[in-house]
Design a protein around this ligand. Structure first.
Ligand SMILES: [Zn+2]
Length: 237
């Protein structure tokens, strides 16, 4: 098989198996497809692979750990996978929990950039700051939690994760909403940071909160949750 011919028109992410291709090649494409589904798309998978590089070399052991079944048997498994969560939200949340997102502090340590100024405020970007310590993000969390009438408040990463994972009060469906709020908010903060860096597009806190509420609302209204809960969330202000 001439592999280069296969890539003439398609990248490794798009190429499809054809009749006559070897068994090994077809298996490789099957693995690629399940990895794409698992990660919620090409961009997410590329980011995951990028997070496993060390000194310009891929660390297969890191990649294996991320994909191995044991890696997902941790206490936050239910918080990020399954339920009402979108795969792309779950995936970013998964990388965040493992501190594997390409935040500026990591890029700086690798010598790719030379400063790690937060794009949401004037602090220094690392995972804990970007999602939780940053005044911009704290306000987003507080507004989302206020909207959903969650009385508990914190912007400490460990406390927040612990609350979402270990203290899911209320009935099962409310827990699903709580988890959905967690993964959606986290994802939207990450997107806002990326839009600011790569597209120079800025949203205000209020705009972002509005979008988060809309995303959560749409997911819930299209879910199989009871009508009483759908009505409840529609009335949340
Ligand atoms: Zn900040």
């Amino acid at each position: 098989m001439d592999t280069w011919k296969l890539f003439k028109r398609n990248s490794i992410w798009q190429v499809q198996a054809k009749n006559g291709d070897s068994w090994t090649w077809k298996q490789m494409l099957k693995i690629r497809d399940s990895a794409l589904i698992h990660c919620g798309g090409e961009e997410n998978l590329k980011q995951l692979i990028a997070s496993c590089y060390k000194n310009s070399k891929i660390q297969l052991s890191s990649l294996y750990k991320l994909f191995s079944p044991n890696a997902s048997k941790v206490r936050w498994r239910n918080t990020i996978w399954g339920g009402l969560n979108y795969p792309k939200h779950s995936f970013i949340c998964w990388l965040t929990i493992q501190d594997r997102l390409q935040t500026k502090d990591r890029l700086m340590r690798r010598g790719i950039i030379n400063e790690n100024k937060c794009t949401l405020c004037s602090g220094q970007e690392n995972r804990d700051h970007l999602f939780f310590g940053c005044p911009f993000s704290s306000e987003i969390w507080n507004q989302v939690m206020l909207w959903l009438q969650f009385k508990w408040r914190s912007c400490n990463w460990r406390c927040l994760l612990d609350w979402y994972c270990n203290k899911p009060r209320g009935r099962g469906d409310k827990v699903k909403i709580k988890r959905l709020a967690f993964t959606t908010t986290l994802y939207k903060i990450w997107c806002e940071r990326n839009y600011r860096i790569f597209k120079q597009q800025y949203k205000s806190k209020d705009q972002l909160v509005k979008e988060i509420k809309m995303d959560i609302l749409i997911i819930i209204l299209n879910s199989s949750l009871p009508d009483t809960l759908k009505e409840w969330i529609s009335l949340c202000k």
